[in-house]
Design a protein. Structure first.
Length: 246
């Protein structure tokens, strides 16, 4: 479904990513992890078109999307969330979601009532319990992240890039959110790449893990394999440990 071929990104003399290559199969639920500064968000920005790679290629469903604009990449079926939510501040929560619906499958929408029904559907799906007139400025930090996810899902993606969607969540909210992502993956058939610092939640739900350190890919494998990988453990803790432990 997605192939990254020798992706590198330089910011002046700084090498943020160096020769990253891996593939994502349709239907996978993959975790992308690494210490702060390892290049995870930079990689998401390149896949989604916010940044252009210095070198390398991105192939999605057999098509080279390396040079496409972000809107064309999203239209092709790749959606993403941001660490810092980016709502349209002058629109209501419902209008934010409706805009995403129109972008994703607007040609199939028959009228305003259907748009509003879809907005309610996506709010309920992500646990965003607010009325139709609520403005983004009125939302808590946690609900802003829920809105971010609702908008991404409303574009009808085939591949979803999740960037630290649980930051600021308490343990109960983390548990509910992880189960929600699993349900989205299983019931909606969406392929997911998930960046998350809440390691226990990620390792308990993803099928495979890709690990970055200092802009390089250092390991791939199942959660149990990655948890015991000495280089990965050293990257996080600098000593013997079990990844995912409290």
């Amino acid at each position: 479904m997605l192939e990254l071929k020798n992706i590198s990104k330089n910011f002046g003399g700084l090498k943020a990513l160096h020769g990253i290559s891996f593939s994502i199969q349709q239907g996978e639920f993959v975790g992308l992890i690494g210490p702060n500064g390892s290049g995870k968000t930079t990689l998401f920005n390149i896949i989604s078109g916010q940044l252009k790679a210095t070198s390398g290629r991105i192939v999605y469903n057999g098509k080279d999307i390396t040079a496409l604009r972000p809107d064309r990449i999203c239209k092709s079926g790749i959606a993403r969330t941001f660490q810092i939510p980016r709502p349209f501040k002058g629109m209501t929560v419902d209008e934010n979601i409706v805009t995403a619906v129109l972008f994703g499958d607007g040609d199939d929408v028959t009228g305003e009532s259907e748009l509003l029904r879809k907005a309610e559907y996506y709010k309920e799906l992500v646990g965003l319990d607010v009325n139709s007139a609520t403005m983004p400025v009125e939302l808590t930090a946690v609900d802003l992240r829920r809105l971010e996810l609702a908008r991404a899902l409303a574009t009808q993606p085939k591949l979803l890039l999740m960037d630290e969607c649980m930051s600021g969540f308490n343990p109960e909210e983390i548990s509910r959110a992880a189960l929600m992502l699993k349900k989205i993956h299983e019931d909606m058939g969406i392929t997911i790449i998930w960046v998350e610092h809440v390691m226990a939640a990620l390792m308990n739900h993803v099928q495979r893990v890709v690990v970055l350190e200092y802009g390089e890919l250092i390991a791939e494998g199942t959660p149990s394999e990655i948890a015991q990988d000495e280089r990965v453990v050293e990257a996080y803790f600098g000593e013997k440990h079990v990844l995912g432990d409290a």
